[in-house]
Design a protein around this ligand. Structure first.
Ligand code: IPD
Length: 263
């Protein structure tokens, strides 16, 4: 295991403990936009992850959800301005679930270099599940190698997705897509935690996922998990995924090919 992965895994697991230890408290909830919230625990977890990774790698950069949440910095220009190794952090992905006590939230940490995701770690503190991947080395869940599902018929698949927190047009667009495919798929799960949505695809619990209007910190680690588990990741419109993407469509190759034809 590389030092990068080791540092990311330790930070994610420790941050997970912080998050879980505070779950039953009354939270300070701020509304970022629409149905998008942040709590003092998101900030606490982010500070912990930032401090622990930067003590190991003082010259690395960071691109974190709450660091960017003032809305005054242009996300893409900032990301472009970062050189060398950059850590992409969502210290509490699935904040609304956390606030409501729905056990579907995670800590997501990825490392990018030259616009490529090279390390991805997602820790689910509710189930003590650690998903991890390094570019070219496979994907793992608690140390066991994982793979995307092998389903080839859409009617046998479970689609899982997230419902946009604030963009009403994207909500309407997703409803149109669902109408188009609802008669063709096996089943549907909606749980707003982008990192876990992708991890569940990476271990074959679900077969494919898509989300619109999300950010690199929500999905970077999960994207690498899906790729390293043998899956495909594109933008929702079928174009190639990049670190500047704001959507994803991920699953096993055969299914994603069929979905692109349908959507
Ligand atoms: C949210 C989740 C969700 C997505 C929302 C994100 P957060 O992340 O990833 O799946 O639909 O748009 O905001 O804010 O809870 O870290």
């Amino acid at each position: 295991m590389s030092c990068f992965l080791d540092v990311a895994e330790k930070a994610a697991k420790e941050a997970g403990k912080i998050v879980i230890n505070h779950i039953h408290e009354k939270h300070i909830v701020e509304n970022k936009a629409g149905f998008d919230f942040v709590t003092e625990i998101d900030k606490l977890s982010e500070k912990f992850i930032h401090d622990s990774i930067s003590s190991a790698y003082p010259d690395h950069s960071f691109f974190c959800e709450e660091q960017m949440s003032s809305g005054t910095i242009d996300e893409d220009s900032y990301l472009k301005s970062l050189k060398g190794y950059t850590w992409i952090v969502d210290a509490l992905d699935g904040t609304t679930n956390f606030i409501r006590g729905i056990p579907q939230f995670a800590i997501s940490i990825a490392l990018i270099f030259n616009c490529e995701i090279i390390v991805g770690v997602v820790y689910d503190p509710n189930r003590d599940e650690l998903f991890s991947a390094e570019k070219g080395k496979g994907a793992f869940l608690n140390g066991q190698q994982i793979f995307v599902s092998e389903k080839t018929f859409l009617e046998d698949t479970i689609l899982s997705l997230g419902f946009p927190a604030s963009d009403l047009y994207k909500r309407a667009d997703i409803m149109k897509k669902l109408t188009r495919i609802s008669m063709k798929i096996g089943s549907l799960r909606v749980f707003n935690c982008a990192s876990l949505l992708l991890c569940y695809v990476s271990c074959g619990r679900t077969d494919w996922t898509f989300e619109e209007g999300i950010h690199l910190w929500d999905m970077a680690a999960g994207i690498l998990l899906v790729k390293e588990a043998g899956g495909t990741v594109l933008n929702i419109d079928g174009t190639p995924f990049s670190i500047f993407s704001k959507s994803n469509l991920a699953g096993n190759k055969e299914i994603i090919k069929k979905v692109i034809e349908l959507l």
